[in-house]
Write a protein that binds this ligand. Structure first.
Ligand code: ATP
Ligand code: MG
Length: 441
């Protein structure tokens, strides 16, 4: 049971469009052939019945005519008595096996009704031909005459029939194509809209037109997109509000800590508060990154921006190098881009000690910024998970490398809003490559 299902699933075309087209075309094509066959069969049956009915009367009058004709004139009349299904021959005809074919028997019964009362006759099949038989009749003056029957089941088909059938099939195929397209296009639009609802949560509204079911699905999808965006927006506002309001009490506490007498406790509490403040700042940044549209885009020389970032780091004693293409100017939001690159460089410095920034403009429409390090890298299974907010690898859970686990989450949100794409790759020679591919508008 499941075996033939699996086989059928393997053979079936992959797209819904192709599957529906195949089912409709096969079904309608078979129905068309069936009805054409039925019509031809019915026509042949009616024609056969009419032929059998007329044989009796035609034969009776033809033999009566031959009876009355002078012997010398008969031969000249025989061709005139010929019919579609039989012909008259002078003489006793040929011997052969008895008549057995069903169609021949039906015609023979009709001939028997015409001749039995008035003439002596016999019948046999022409040797070697099943549906061809002869009736040998003795006329009133004793002369033999033979009637040879060749019953035909059907009439020949019109030569234009195949063209009409082909034309009908083309019409059916066109209607199937239009119907299947109409049914599958909204599905494609729904999938596109769901895909477009990426990390930046900018909904792409579907057109709420078309057949009522499609318009309803589009309305539901649009409403769902708005609801999701609304929920996320609300959560981010709450996060931003909490993070913002926490800053004031933390600052107050730091002032109080500064006035403490016990230097050991003062130092410990001060460090904790600093960490707390960092966490709050990151939370606020994350909330802002989700909304990251405040900044407007402007033409930016990417290489210069990277140089200035590296310079700032080197100024603070860190080892950060920039290489690659020069002069690439892109319309982008420089503060967001700087924040992304800084988060990536921070990671490289924190987990590997050094960072190399490479600007790659091999594809002018999609310039890429790579931040490379020679650290431990990230296990392949965790390459996606590290983008989750607050996700940190086990090895990073110590105070020396302590971060909040928001850096990559913020970077990816900002990248999506630029728009661009941020991915991580382990390098063959060891270390991690963070790759930001930007899109030229
Ligand atoms: N260059 C890297 N090499 C090795 N591991 C990395 C690297 N970059 C990130 N990771 C791992 O991914 C995790 C998530 O990084 P992310 O930048 O989001 O957070 P974080 O650096 O721990 O904290 P934050 O950046 O918020 O201060 C890190 O904890 C670390 O385990
Ligand atoms: Mg980080």
């Amino acid at each position: 049971m499941s075996g033939w299902r699996a086989r059928l699933a393997r053979l079936a075309p992959r797209t819904l469009f192709a599957r529906l087209s195949l089912i409709l075309l096969a079904g309608m094509g078979a129905a068309q052939l069936l009805s054409a066959g039925l019509a031809v069969g019915e026509r042949d049956d009616v024609n056969m019945g009419a032929m059998v009915d007329t044989v009796e009367t035609d034969l009776r009058s033809a033999v009566a005519l031959l009876d009355r004709l002078p012997r010398a004139e008969r031969a000249a009349w025989l061709p005139c008595l010929e019919h579609g299904g039989y012909r008259f021959l002078a003489g006793p005809g040929d011997a052969g096996p008895p008549v057995q074919a069903p169609l021949s028997l039906r015609v023979l019964r009709s001939a028997t009704r015409a001749l039995a009362a008035t003439h002596a006759f016999s019948a046999n099949t022409v040797a070697g031909e099943r549906e061809r038989f002869q009736v040998h009749v003795r006329l009133a003056d004793g002369d033999p005459v033979t009637i040879e029957f060749r019953p035909r089941r059907g009439l020949p088909l019109s030569p234009w029939l195949p063209y009409v059938l082909a034309g009908q099939f083309v019409l059916v195929a066109l209607s199937c194509w239009a119907a299947v397209r109409l049914a599958t296009a909204p599905l494609r639009d729904l999938a596109d809209a769901a895909d477009a609802l990426g990390p930046d949560l900018r909904p792409s509204a579907l057109r709420e037109t078309g057949p009522s079911e499609v318009a309803r699905a589009a309305r539901a999808m649009n409403a769902m997109q708005r609801r999701i965006a609304g929920y996320v927006d609300e959560r981010m506002r709450i996060l931003a509000a909490i993070a913002h309001d926490l800053q004031t009490p933390i600052t107050r506490m730091r002032l109080r800590v500064d006035m403490m007498d016990d230097p050991v406790q003062q130092q410990r509490l001060g460090a904790d508060l600093l960490e707390l403040q960092g966490l709050v700042r990151e939370g606020l940044d994350y909330a802002r990154a989700m909304h990251g549209q405040a900044e407007t885009a402007c033409p930016t020389d990417i290489a210069s921006l990277l140089d200035s970032i590296a310079f700032d780091y080197r100024d603070g004693g860190a080892s950060v190098q920039v290489e690659g293409a020069r002069g690439a100017v892109l319309s982008t939001r420089p503060k967001a881009l700087r924040r992304i690159v800084c988060n990536l460089v921070d990671n490289a410095l924190r987990y590997a000690g050094t960072a190399d920034i490479v600007l790659d403009c091999a594809q002018p429409q999609r310039p890429a910024i790579r931040v490379l390090d020679r650290g431990p890298g990230i296990p392949d299974a965790a390459l996606d998970a590290v983008f989750e907010p607050f996700f940190r690898l086990e090895g990073s859970r110590n105070r020396d490398t302590g971060g909040s686990g928001l850096g990559l989450a913020i970077a990816r949100r900002l990248a999506a809003s630029l728009p661009g794409e941020l991915t991580l790759h382990n390098r063959a020679e060891g270390g991690l490559e963070a790759r930001l591919v930007l899109q030229r508008a």
